[in-house]
Design a protein around this ligand. Structure first.
Ligand code: NHR
Ligand code: GAR
Length: 227
């Protein structure tokens, strides 16, 4: 992204609890432990009326909007409307933070290169839903989360940053999801800061950080490499 002295404008899309949204609110307000995010959340948009994240946005004094997918006859119409609402905020970066609707190719192409997602698995393993149960059922020793650029292929866009957590013997999907969320809250604002400071972009379908093409699993997170 072009570096100016204006803070970058973010639009955050949610469907639920909004704990990742909270990590952005906190990082925009000051150092959350992984460095400050020099950005402003221009709007939070939920496709679900009861999303707890809408309250978090209100609490923080951030404009929040509900675009209920059930009010539209098709995915195409929902996505066209959602895209118009997003565009009205002129965002530099659009953040999927627990957003649970698959997006059409037309929508993705409208925002390509400035649309990112966090997925709760070690991509390319377990794209789609129910990732924690699938990792448990497979007997995996590790799980984690991956931040990636969004492309039309579900959870198939180039990876940027990946964090691992151990799977413990007595884990269930709930306990594992909670452990994964703790690392999500560290890696997601850190990636946004890379983007907003001009260090990260998507070019020719590849994620490029500090002029280096990232591999299939992106950069590996460790407590001290994300700044
Ligand atoms: N859209 C595109 N084109 N590409 C991606 O990589 C996307 C995307 C939309 C959302 C997030 C994703 C995740 O990280 C995401 C990535 C929803 C579903 C899903 O099946 C799957 C993956 C993701 C988000 N949603 C159901 C649907 O019919 C609805 C499920 C529900 O409402 O609970 O859209 O996991
Ligand atoms: C997070 O674990 C996120 O990775 C996942 O949903 C959770 C949302 O939590 N995303 C998806 O599964 C996308 N399909 P939050 O609402 O508390 O940020």
């Amino acid at each position: 992204m072009a570096v100016t002295n204006q803070p970058a404008r973010l639009v955050v899309l949610i469907s639920g609890g909004g704990s990742n949204l909270q990590s952005f609110i906190d990082a925009c307000g000051g150092d959350n432990g992984t460095g400050r995010l020099d950005a402003k959340i221009a709007a939070v948009i939920s496709n679900k009326p009861d999303a707890k994240g809408l309250e978090r946005a209100s609490q923080a004094g951030i404009l929040n909007i509900m675009v209920d997918h059930r009010a539209f006859d098709s995915r195409e119409e929902f996505d066209a409307n959602l895209g118009d609402v997003i565009e009205s905020f002129d965002p530099d970066l659009v953040i999927l933070a627990g957003f649970m609707r698959i997006l059409t190719t037309d929508f993705v192409n409208r925002f390509i290169g400035k649309l990112i997602n966090i997925h709760p698995s070690l991509l390319p393993a377990y794209p789609g839903l129910h990732t924690h149960q699938r990792a448990l059922d497979a007997g995996d020793a590790e799980a984690g989360a991956t931040v990636h650029f969004v492309t039309p292929e579900l959870d198939g866009g180039p990876a940027i940053l990946q964090a691992k957590v151990p799977i413990l013997a007595d884990d269930n999907a709930t306990s594992l999801a909670a452990r994964v969320l703790t690392v999500e809250h560290k890696i997601y604002p850190a990636v946004a800061q890379w983007f907003c400071s001009g260090r990260l972009q998507m070019t020719n379908g590849q994620a490029i950080l500090d002029n280096e093409i990232l591999g299939q699993t992106g950069r590996a997170f460790s407590q001290d490499n994300e700044r």
